[in-house]
Write a protein that binds this ligand. Structure first.
Ligand code: NDP
Length: 251
């Protein structure tokens, strides 16, 4: 028996990176996957992922939907419920970083990060709790970051958005626990994706790796494994938690 047989899972921002790894891992465990991307340039990758997911024998569909826009999330979740019947698990993964020292950060840069990373989680959660409350079960998993826990110079907007996700996650655990809906966050450290490839270049890279007890970046599969735990009944008594998957960077 697979861990997510016949479950309906939403993953936002899954055409590449961590989201793609999560979609693949959860489909391997029997989940039907509805996933989003936002850039036109990612459409071919989304199409290719749809095919890879279907090869696991599950239903899979890509949607172009901006997680930062409330009405687009509403339309997306309505379409998923029509097409897939319900939503059992929602992984709020879509995110961006626009790093800059506060002195140089514009209000527009600040807003873009807060809307894409934090408002998106509000937008999506507000929609998915309707089918989840009806079913009296559900698991919501929000992608925070170790930077949201400890902060970082040059990343104030990113850190604030990811810390905001943690407060939101814990509040949802309080609000939704009585409906058997769990809500948890993952705080990844540095994971090898487009978002972090610049960190692996240059002389500073070796120094940087010394700060990570496990001495290496994480993989998208390692974050997908943590997500699988939180999505499945393996974590049925876990809610309101922030699970760090960061190679020990937080100790
Ligand atoms: P990538 O930049 O590799 O991928 C980001 C994904 O999010 C893309 O699929 C992108 O879509 C999508 N996306 C961005 N904005 C939106 C939006 N408005 N609506 C819908 N989708 C959107 O990032 P990662 O895979 O590295 O990161 C995934 C998540 O994990 C993020 O929330 C990030 O903050 C978090 N994280 C990452 C870490 C890392 O080290 N990589 C560490 C800690 C947390 P498109 O392809 O269309 O552009």
């Amino acid at each position: 028996m697979k861990l997510l047989e016949n479950k309906v899972v939403i993953v936002t921002g899954a055409a590449r990176g961590i989201g793609e790894g999560i979609a693949l891992k959860l489909a391997e465990q029997g989940a039907n996957i509805a996933f989003t991307y936002v850039s036109e340039g990612s459409a071919p990758k989304a199409q290719a992922l749809e095919e890879k997911l279907a090869a696991f024998g599950v239903k899979a569909k890509a949607y172009r939907s901006n997680a930062g826009v409330f009405e687009e999330c509403e339309a997306f979740v309505n379409d998923v419920v029509k097409e897939f019947g319900t939503v059992d698990v929602c992984v709020n993964n879509a995110g961006i970083s626009k790093d800059n020292l506060l002195l140089r950060m514009s209000p527009e840069q600040w807003d873009e990060v807060m809307i894409t990373n934090l408002k998106s989680v509000f937008n999506m959660t507000k929609q998915v709790i309707r089918p989840m409350m009806k079913a009296r079960k559900g698991s919501i998993i929000n992608m925070s970051s170790i930077i949201g826990v400890r902060g970082n110079a040059g990343q104030s907007s990113y850190a604030a958005s990811k810390a905001g996700i943690i407060g939101f996650t814990k509040s949802m655990a309080h609000e939704l626990g009585s409906r058997n809906i769990r809500c948890n966050a993952i705080a990844p450290g540095f994971i090898e994706t487009d978002m972090t490839h610049y960190l692996k270049e240059g002389a500073a890279a070796e120094e940087f790796l010394k700060k990570i007890p496990l001495g290496r970046f994480g993989t998208t599969e390692e974050i997908a494994n943590t997500t699988l735990f939180l999505a499945s009944d393996m974590s049925s008594y876990v809610t309101g938690q922030v699970i760090s998957a960061c190679g020990g960077l937080n100790i």
